[in-house]
Ligand binder design. Sequence first.
Ligand SMILES: N[C@@H](CCC(=O)N[C@@H](CS)C(=O)NCC(=O)O)C(=O)O
Length: 331
Amino acid sequence: NYLFHFPPHQTETTAKLRRETMTGVLNVSPAPIFRPVSSHKLSRNNRVLFVKSMAQSSDSSNGSTSVSTQAEPNSSFSPPPNFKPPKPKPFTPRGDKILDILGASLALVFRLGTGALVSGYSASFVPKNEVPSDQYALEIAGFKVKESSNIGPRPEKPIEIYEFESCPFCRKVREIVAILDLDILYYPCPRNGPNFRPKVGQMGGKQQFPYMVDPNTGVSMYESDEIIKYLVGKYGDGNVPLMLSLGLFTTLTAGFAMIGRMGKGSSYKPSKMPPKPLELWAYEPSPFCKVVREVLVELELPHILLSCARGSPKRQILYERVGHFQVLSHT
Ligand SMILES: N[C@@H](CCC(=O)N[C@@H](CS)C(=O)NCC(=O)O)C(=O)O
């Protein structure tokens, strides 16, 4: 067992990542959130798609939080043998994944697409040639869809959320995260997960999920409805969207939304802890993002979610980096 420390300036550097991300700078280098695995630097080959490896060492041991883990310290982290990053190509689901994708799509029906659009979303159709080719825009029948949003003040440091997939209360919070276009450092807490479940018990006094820590304000809390209210108050327009304000109906439909996934993303599978969080560009209602995130949660892999629901300005950033827009990518 060993301690992972979260140096106080880590979140600031992650905020730097965010600022750089927002201005389209490619070479992001936030400090690792985990020590002591930090002296090892990832090779260039460890990059997948466009994401630069993020290893830097940090001397601070005066962490805002720390957690002891059962993971083995890893001296080397590299892609699996013979791993080749997939080449971008027009999207089609892999044959053996079609049922998974259909199952994950049920959520869109039960939740009426909540979380698919960011707050204040608006769209207009314009002739194709009016949108420069370096600008991300969905193309439909010879027209381009210009999308915009009205998002509130951005948190400087990513908000931290401890949760797991097949929990309707956690889903509600993930939906508001998509609507508010927030970037979140997720600490997955699958059943029997050895790391972050006990950590929540230590921090808040009980193992109940979701649990949120906002390092910007020092606020931490349980209770999905309270978390939602806090997030819209602090980083949105103060209004809880209708589909998240219907009490039992909201919880039931969030539960039904998971029927097609049969508890995926909720039970721990032994894994090797990465030296720093992965990065996932995704949003809650997308069935394609869902099947990827389930795996991250089962493996208890901390990840920074870069929210990019429709209308998110991050779609343009991803488009600039990758040359096309496809909702997920990872380190
Ligand atoms: N009223 C709470 C309920 C949260 C809750 O019951 N969460 C369940 C998971 S869905 C939980 O923490 N169960 C304990 C466990 O998973 O160990 C909320 O809205 O957040």
